[in-house]
Design a protein around this ligand. Structure first.
Ligand code: TYD
Length: 213
């Protein structure tokens, strides 16, 4: 999508397996950019809008173990469609930097490959929900999913998605790495096994280069 169609803003997404530290790094980058005078909007997936938060509650509720993969897929896109229309596009139109904690690459990794629903249907739904809006830069926090699960266990915040089998988590990580290989100009792969400050420094270096600063 050209900048004239969607405004002068920049769209950056964070991706990675559960426990990779996306939420922490999104918040740190938002503060860091704001300290430098940028107008920053943080979008959260699933969630980010009142409707999105209601959808998030369904998706992460452990009682919903019978949720069909197709229903799950559509709920993620329902939340995203709302986020794109109400948060992301308006922010880009006014020239803000949008940081999204997950976006459609999550759905490709988790639903297309983790669940095995395949990439074509996910890309088709993306067109309906998001048009041709893709991030300008995607920061993939790459981590062994077993380490990610240990971190989530330590935090004591396991949700419905965290309880998926080991095979599922491995497919998700592999899918992310393949997406990054396929689109090297959009993706930066960052080793998320290190300390928070070290990962944050790598994120900042990538963003500075992207912004041409
Ligand atoms: P998230 O809120 O990022 O959880 P956490 O902060 O614990 O990493 O995401 C919630 C879960 O939803 C996570 O397990 C990944 C999953 N998910 C999908 O399966 N598909 C999607 O399209 C998105 C956005 C998330």
């Amino acid at each position: 999508m050209s900048t004239t169609e969607r405004g002068a803003g920049r769209f950056i997404s964070f991706e990675g397996v559960d426990g990779a530290g996306k939420t922490t790094q999104t918040a740190l980058l938002a503060d860091w950019l704001r300290d430098r005078g940028f107008d920053v909007v943080v979008a959260v997936e699933p969630g980010g809008t009142p409707v999105g938060e209601q959808i998030r509650a369904i998706l992460l509720d452990k009682r919903n173990s019978e949720l069909a993969p197709e229903a799950e897929l559509l709920l993620y896109f329902a939340s995203r469609a709302q986020n794109v229309a109400r948060v992301i596009r308006p922010a880009l139109a006014r020239g803000a930097i949008v940081l999204s904690d997950r976006y459609t690459d999550s759905t490709i990794a988790y639903q297309a490959y983790g669940r095995g629903l395949g990439e074509p249907v996910v890309r088709e739904l993306h067109r309906l929900a998001c048009g041709d809006l893709w991030p300008d830069l995607t920061l993939l926090l790459d981590l062994d999913p077993d380490i990610g699960l240990q971190r989530a266990l330590q935090r004591g915040v396991l949700n419905r998605m965290d309880e998926q089998a080991r095979d599922f988590r491995r497919r998700v990580r592999e899918a992310y790495r393949q997406l990054a290989d396929r689109e090297p100009e959009r993706f930066r792969v960052i080793d998320a096994a290190g300390e928070i400050a070290q990962v944050a420094a790598e994120v900042q270096t990538a963003v500075l280069a992207f912004l041409g600063l």
